[in-house]
Design a protein around this ligand. Structure first.
Ligand SMILES: Nc1ncnc2c1ncn2[C@@H]1O[C@H](COP(=O)(O)OP(=O)(O)OP(=O)(O)O)[C@@H](O)[C@H]1O
Ligand SMILES: [Mg+2]
Length: 564
């Protein structure tokens, strides 16, 4: 029963209902399109217009549902038999196939049938307003394939509140029979936005600019990945997320493995310290120091084996075995904190000075790596540290990255509070099976001490060739794809990307075109197309501090034009 309203008694016309200065103009739906996207109602019911939507659903018992579907199929078949009812054969074939398919699903109970009552009502203080509003809604519905209908002389019956106990009789266009999927698509807030408490802003939905917040610390894995072609904005996005994380949790420790030296100025601007591997600025990290495994010598010996294999990929099996034996002996016999020269001496002692292995290890005594020979002198106490590998020869990068990863891992395990380890150009570690396996292990284990890894690389394909790489990818809770020149079928399958997503990624716009990055985020099960947008202060700060040290003096590049 409608309570007696303050504005006087209701007035009913052919197409609207009025109480005082409140007009209500209902709209029903004669026919649904064959398919609707999930959450479509959120888009056709704008938040700046007062419109009412009511949806009531009554489950149809399975036997009745099967009978209904059987009946529908029989009708379609009869129409097909008489020549397709005016040339609609193709449509009827589709109807028959979908009735058949639905019948199977209902029988298997993967879907059910529902009797669904649906009613839109435009609300406005005047008659022209309410009619204009209803007309606009009707156009929006028609545009996506609905056939709307204004109930004439049936307004009262349409507006009657639902009786949830029974599906009572209503004007035509009110009741529809829908499968579970169709009913779910009517849920008006089904668009896939994500607002996790205490999360950082990942970006704005490309469809409607709604913000997406994700809290790294509230999921089992705190590790994320960012993939994209050169210039797509990976380093920028990672730096932006680090800044936002530290604003929310200023005690978050950060360690950055920075092969191209892009983060040094930023880290210094944040009061952190930088270790430059190529020239030793910031101090030395002794790759053999067992402090990184908290004195676990067996584990340390295994990691040393990994780093040496990355440095000498041409080692033969017997040389690898000899080297492993020398490393094990070194940790058994001491010194307590050996240096690289001690390792070389151990090998010479075991094999003589003129073996190929001994000659290779000369690089630590008199070659390009002799600056690494000695105790650790870099002991940064700052909460943010980066290791800059700029100037390191390409064939030594994987080696340097590995012992620094070992060091950073030890440092994460030692510190209290949330920690993030950023590994830029991570494909360098995917070049060798053993270094990839080490990175995978780090990603899997850091969660135990409140740490997450940010893995940045150009293509997910770099990690899809071996089981360890795939394990690493599986352990990233969130994965962002910025522009990818192509999306391999392996990537498509592994990440469950739709064809539309895979076709879009090579066209995702670059920050130099738009002033922000277009991206597709995979967060848990959700796929979210987002614009990674920096606020003006963030943009200015990162613009001034992030990027490769310029060798030429062309001056700073002009900032790109920005705007969504
Ligand atoms: N979200 C963004 N908003 C505004 N500018 C951006 C954004 N992302 C990147 N940029 C700008 O675009 C340029 C390229 O970005 P960035 O260096 O982060 O790319 P990258 O993917 O790390 O490339 P590479 O693989 O070469 O390291 C930089 O000048 C950066 O300032
Ligand atoms: Mg980069």
């Amino acid at each position: 029963m409608t309570p007696s309203p303050p504005g006087g008694s209701p007035v009913e016309s052919a197409t609207w209902w009025r109480v005082g200065r409140s007009y209500r103009a209902p709209l029903l739906v004669r026919q649904f399109p064959p398919e609707v996207p999930f959450g479509f109602l959120g888009r056709i019911l704008p938040t700046n217009e007062s419109l009412e939507l009511s949806v009531e659903a009554h489950r149809i018992p399975q036997t009745n549902a099967l009978q209904l579907l059987h009946g529908a199929r029989a009708v379609t078949e009869a129409e097909l038999a008489v020549g397709g009812n005016g040339g609609q054969t193709a449509e009827l074939e589709v109807e028959r196939a979908s009735a058949e398919e639905l019948g199977r699903e209902v029988a298997r109970r993967t879907q059910e049938l529902w009797k669904v009552g649906i009613r839109f009502v435009a609300l406005a203080p005047t008659r022209p307003h309410v009619e204009a509003k209803r007309a606009r809604l009707s156009e929006r519905l028609s545009a996506i394939g609905f056939r709307p209908r204004v109930p004439r002389y049936e307004v009262r019956e349409t507006l009657r509140p639902p009786d949830l106990a029974v599906a009572e009789s209503r004007p035509s266009g009110y009741w529809h029979t829908l499968p579970t999927d169709g009913l779910a698509a009517l849920f008006p807030f089904g668009d896939e936005t994500l607002l996790e408490p205490d999360g950082v802003l990942l970006g704005l939905a490309l469809s409607d600019a709604s913000p997406v917040f994700v809290n790294r610390w509230s999921h089992a894995s705190h590790s994320w990945g960012i993939f994209g072609t050169t210039g797509s904005g990976k380093s920028f996005a990672a730096a932006l997320l680090l800044l936002r994380t530290r604003w929310l949790r200023p005690d978050t420790s950060v360690a950055i493995l920075d092969p191209l030296g892009e983060f040094s100025t930023l880290v210094e601007a944040l009061g952190g310290s930088v270790i430059r591997v190529a020239d030793g600025v910031g101090g030395r990290l002794n790759p053999l120091d067992p402090v990184t495994t908290r004195g676990d010598l067996r584990e340390k010996a295994a990691r040393v084996g990994t780093m040496l294999r990355a440095l000498f990929p041409s080692l033969r099996d017997e040389e690898t075995a000899e080297l492993d034996a020398a490393v094990t002996q070194l940790y058994e016999r001491g010194p307590q904190v050996p240096t690289l020269r001690d390792l070389r001496d151990r090998v010479v002692e075991r094999t003589g000075p003129s073996t190929r292995l001994a000659t290779l290890l000369d690089v630590f005594r008199s070659g390009s790596l002799q600056t690494l020979d000695g105790p650790t002198t870099a002991r940064p106490t700052e909460s943010i540290v980066s290791v800059d590998f700029q100037g390191v020869p390409d064939d030594q990068l994987a080696f340097h990255l590995t012992y620094v990863l070992d060091w950073a891992y030890g440092r994460l395990a030692d510190r209290a509070g949330g920690k993030i380890l950023l590994v830029d150009e991570a494909h360098l570690l995917a070049r060798h099976a053993s270094t990839e396996e080490f990175l995978d292990r780090v990603v899997r284990h850091v969660r135990h001490f409140e740490a997450g890894v940010m893995v940045l690389s150009q293509s997910p394909d770099d990690f899809l060739t071996r089981p360890t790489g795939r394990s690493l990818l599986r352990n990233l809770y969130a994965t962002a794809f910025l522009r990818l020149p192509e999306v391999s079928s392996e990537t498509r399958t592994f990440f469950g990307l739709t064809n539309a997503e895979a076709e879009w990624l090579p066209r995702a716009r670059l920050p130099r075109e738009t002033g922000y990055s277009e991206s597709l985020w995979r967060v848990g099960e959700l796929h979210l197309p987002l614009a990674i947008v920096a606020s003006t202060p963030e943009y200015e700060f990162l613009g001034a501090t992030l990027g490769r040290p310029r060798v030429s003096d062309e001056g700073p590049p002009a900032p790109p034009k920005r705007g969504l």
